[in-house]
Design a protein around this ligand. Sequence first.
Ligand SMILES: Nc1ncnc2c1ncn2[C@@H]1O[C@H](COP(=O)(O)OP(=O)(O)OP(=O)(O)O)[C@@H](O)[C@H]1O
Length: 309
Amino acid sequence: MKNSNQLVIEVNNLSKSYGQVKAVNGISFQVQAGEVFGMLGPNGAGKTTTMEILIGLRSRDGGEVKVLGIDPETEPNRLKNQIGVQLQNVFLFERLKVYEIIELFASFYPRPLPVEEAITLVGLYEKRNALLKELSGGQLQRVSVAMALVSNGKIIFLDEPTTGLDPQSRRQLWDVILSLKNAGKTVFLTTHFMDEAQKLCDRVAIVDHGQIIALGSPQELIEGNFQETALELARTAFTERKSLADVPGVKRVQVSEDSVTLYSTDIALTISELMVLASKAGVSLDNIRIRQATLEDVFLKLTGRSIRE
Ligand SMILES: Nc1ncnc2c1ncn2[C@@H]1O[C@H](COP(=O)(O)OP(=O)(O)OP(=O)(O)O)[C@@H](O)[C@H]1O
């Protein structure tokens, strides 16, 4: 349910330095109502700083920022009861029970979600009476997400919401974020997980060294950078590099120790021609693997580095 063209976040040429470090170096983007918008980048790229500026927790050095039409630096209080926020490593009062801290946060907002609903959404209903000090790291992380959700705010800000979670909890939280999206909420999230950005985000800003190096839907980013599909074959006598480079559709051939990857712009044509060649050579092609490019490939292509380095 996208409320088309209603801009809820507008950022123009934003910058912020800490001493010599340009944490945010002239970034611009807009977020529409109902979008899940992600900032994807390695540690230190400037994601948290950007988010802290958007929610009115940090001042900026330059640029313009509007969130729900409000400048977060000049009117933070008018903004804060309209947005829900989850931050990394927040200090939680460990002698409070789960429902007590969510109840406390609910009291900050004019139209909060029912406390039990927020707790149930993050899968902690069974733990609602547990003390925070009794929870695991992953459960505490989910409490901090519930603190954002209970706001029932127009925009939910999540800073690396699944870091430190086990795979099952991660998927559970992905479902929560997708259900927020289905309910028409705007979600702004930061992450360094490619699969998370690809699965959840309508649009992604890939950030590196305080700058946006690519912006678009995951599909646009992948298709804009990779016209070819990768096709991997086991390396055998059949896979002579020269002849494979001549197969119709093939633009590039990459040979590694035990496999050969063909980058093809016409995968159906390439496969059918390979079948003909293989049958002429009297070999079977059992282990063909077709791999779509991912956001990880996009980051690698644009920066020459893997996001986790
Ligand atoms: N309070 C601060 N004082 C000094 N330098 C800071 C401060 N906060 C962040 N930085 C630096 O600014 C840069 C951007 O940090 P930021 O936390 O915004 O990045 P990030 O992409 O969110 O990374 P992370 O995932 O590690 O939080 C980094 O070089 C970081 O060391």
